[in-house]
Design a protein around this ligand. Sequence first.
Ligand SMILES: [Zn+2]
Length: 165
Amino acid sequence: MSVLAEVLSANESYSTDFEKGSLAMPPARRFAVLTCMDARIDPARALGLEEGDAHVIRNAGGLASDDAIRSLVISHHLLGTQEAFVIGHSDCGMLTFSNDDLRETLRERQGLDASHLDFQPFPDCGERVAASVRRVRESGLLPESFGVHGFLYHVETGRLEPVAA
Ligand SMILES: [Zn+2]
């Protein structure tokens, strides 16, 4: 079966006995998660989330990018979340390349020019989580009362480890 057919089949099953069609838009548990897109992290299962519980914002590295901050501002100011969990993880793919590496790969393989794009690779997961936590706090767009917690998720054990920011 193709991935497309598998995904559509899984959704058919999911929607057949779907009973959560009247959830409110604001997250019921009033928090947001910012984490990496890594396929080994399942925020719903790892953090005990059900549909309607929390916002989950993901990108490569789980970085507090301008776009992640945009999402957090909407999450808090329009949809009432009061805290965010910034979760990096062990063995992150962002440790495995440099901007120059990736730009060179794109140029060699496809003749593509990505010289204008910063892929934001980093050498230390814990430090990057701490920097992201600080970037959210220092954005000036969320109130002091908005809690920002940093964690490192270990893909080997499924466990969260607190990261001081
Ligand atoms: Zn990652």
